[in-house]
Design a protein around this ligand. Structure first.
Ligand SMILES: [Zn+2]
Length: 266
């Protein structure tokens, strides 16, 4: 098989407890799980096309955009990374309509075990993809709120007690220890109970979601691959976790290369 096109981050879903990965090459969709265990080659054709305006850009900004779009799109604004700094109410949202439909929708605050227990937030409709993208082996939604800003305020408060980061090397080497998310949920909710009341956040009656990944062999040493340095990357695909392809030759963060024009050969 050989096909090419501009890629996006892998589409993720759960089948039972197994993470499923699909990679888009423009309008062609490849089942990546089926390639695990086989040699593959990905080559960068030296073209990056902005995911928003379609312009060819010499460099990718904000994971797949040209410089002007990265400066003007709300989804590339700092408040997306730090939702507690939402500035819609000041009338300064870069794209108020986009903000209304993406940030003023139900969001959840969750715990996930990616390299240890972490806190995170996401749109309610974005689970379990968000957890798979982070390589979490388990996740538990804990609160539902009405807006991204409110989820950010709760996350910020919880960050006094727990990290919001993943150690991606630990995650990729599969050195994550099992963790009791239910017990952690109870103690963390107690710490932020007044804020939960103030924001009228709903506690989430969900169960822990366990996630397995299609991996035959984890790396013992993590070597990061990049199309900017090595235009042709090949090797046996040992597995997929988070947004990473685990190749015999190293790990490739697919998300970082969104909008790159690639050819896949199997
Ligand atoms: Zn653009």
């Amino acid at each position: 098989m050989q096909l090419n096109g501009h890629i996006d981050k892998m589409q993720t879903s759960l089948a039972g407890s197994l993470a499923q990965y699909h990679l888009l090459f423009d309008d062609k969709r490849v089942d990546m799980n089926s390639l695990v265990g086989s040699p593959i080659e990905l080559s960068f054709n030296k073209t990056i096309q902005c995911a928003n305006c379609g312009r060819i850009t010499p460099k990718s900004y904000s994971q797949g955009y040209c410089f002007p779009c990265a400066r003007s799109l709300a989804r590339c604004d700092l408040c997306i990374m730090r939702p507690e700094t939402c500035h819609y109410h000041l009338g300064t949202c870069r794209e108020p309509d986009w903000g209304l439909s993406n940030c003023f929708t139900p969001h959840i605050v969750y715990l996930a075990n990616s390299s240890g227990i972490k806190v995170g937030i996401t749109r309610k409709t974005n689970t379990p993809s968000r957890w798979i993208d982070q390589g979490a082996i388990s996740a538990l939604p804990i609160l539902e709120v009405k807006t991204r800003l409110e989820s950010g305020l709760i996350e910020k408060a919880l960050k006094s007690f727990i990290t919001d980061k993943t150690n991606w090397r630990v995650m990729l080497k599969n050195e994550t220890e099992p963790a009791d998310l239910v017990t952690a949920k109870a103690s963390l909710l107690a710490e932020v109970s007044s804020l939960v009341d103030e924001l009228d956040a709903k506690t989430f009656p969900a169960d822990v979601v366990n996630i397995d990944y299609p991996v035959l062999k984890y790396p013992t040493k993590v070597v990061s691959l990049s199309f900017d340095k090595t235009p042709v990357i090949s090797g046996v695909l040992n597995g997929i976790k988070g947004q990473y392809l685990l190749l015999e030759s190293g790990v490739l963060n697919i998300r970082k290369f969104s909008s790159y024009h690639l050819t896949l050969s199997t």
